[in-house]
Design a protein around this ligand. Structure first.
Ligand SMILES: Nc1ncnc2c1ncn2[C@@H]1O[C@H](COP(=O)(O)OP(=O)(O)OP(=O)(O)O)[C@@H](O)[C@H]1O
Ligand SMILES: [Mg+2]
Length: 251
């Protein structure tokens, strides 16, 4: 069965000042699947990812459409705060705030004005469970998040993103700062998460893409070269550039 489309980028073009770095990228991200964005350094992966929830607003000009539930969220009049609540982001470096584990998880809910302790308690447990961190931290929720290991901090940041119940989660190299054990824990978590969320992930780790992603998009010098099921991209790429990149000829 074909998954429905959760988010669509249509003819995306991105400029930093005069310099164009993304050209005519059109991509339909399937719902409840993991899509990996791969490609050499500087190929525009992070730029595309950050455009999807308007994170580039202050630094770049983004042309084209980003369609989400029938609405082009790249229109200036769209409420960016709401967009980022529905399309969350997890960064490369774990970025816990110098607060307790509990307060880190509900940070976004507090900003949104939620005060009901039952709701907050429930959301903390739900989000930490979804991020596969609950069992490790349930007895130390009031302790500082900064005392956690790097891998735990990154799962905490995932929990913090999940706590506002987004539909889509964008991740920019979420495991590149982590050791192999933490990396594999996060990969396992992602596979669980796709039952409820749609995940779009930039990764430099080809094994990670082939292990975790259902779909893979290969970018080269700001262009989308190929987008297909991950197995097809890795086993039977249709474009010579994709084959060259995967065989290590550049990048
Ligand atoms: N804030 C910025 N201002 C100006 N140019 C930028 C900015 N961010 C990125 N660029 C340029 O845009 C191009 C694409 O960069 P981007 O960060 O999207 O690539 P990437 O594929 O994510 O690379 P990497 O794998 O190294 O993270 C590069 O030429 C980069 O120098
Ligand atoms: Mg990048």
């Amino acid at each position: 069965m074909q998954n429905s489309v959760a988010l669509e980028a249509k003819q995306l073009a991105v400029f930093y000042g005069e310099k164009q770095v993304v050209y005519d990228v059109s991509l339909k991200f399937p719902a409840n699947q993991i899509t990996a964005l791969i490609g050499a350094s500087g190929s525009g992966k992070s730029t595309v990812l950050r455009s999807l929830n308007r994170m580039n607003d202050d630094v770049a000009t983004v042309k084209g459409e980003i369609n989400f539930h029938g609405l082009n969220i790249n229109e200036p009049k769209v409420n960016v705060y709401r967009v980022r609540q529905q399309i969350g982001m997890v960064f490369q470096q774990p970025t816990p705030f110098p607060l307790s584990i509990y307060e880190n998880v509900i940070y976004g809910l507090r900003l949104a004005g939620e005060k009901n302790k039952e709701v907050l308690d429930q959301r903390v447990e739900e989000s930490l469970r979804q991020a596969a961190l609950w069992d490790e931290v349930k007895d130390q929720l009031k302790e500082s998040a900064l005392a956690l290991s790097g891998g735990q901090q990154q799962r905490l940041c995932i929990a913090r993103t999940l706590a506002v119940r987004p539909e889509i989660i964008l991740m920019d190299e979420p495991t590149s700062a982590l050791d192999p054990v933490s990396t594999s824990q996060i990969e396992d978590t992602l596979v669980q998460l796709k039952e409820k969320f749609t995940i779009i992930m930039v990764t430099h780790n080809m094994q990670q893409a082939s292990r975790s992603a259902d779909w893979t998009a290969f970018m080269h010098q700001g262009h989308l070269v190929e987008f297909d099921k991950t197995a097809n991209i890795f086993m039977n790429p249709q474009e010579q550039k994709t084959a060259d990149y995967l065989s290590g000829k550049f990048g």
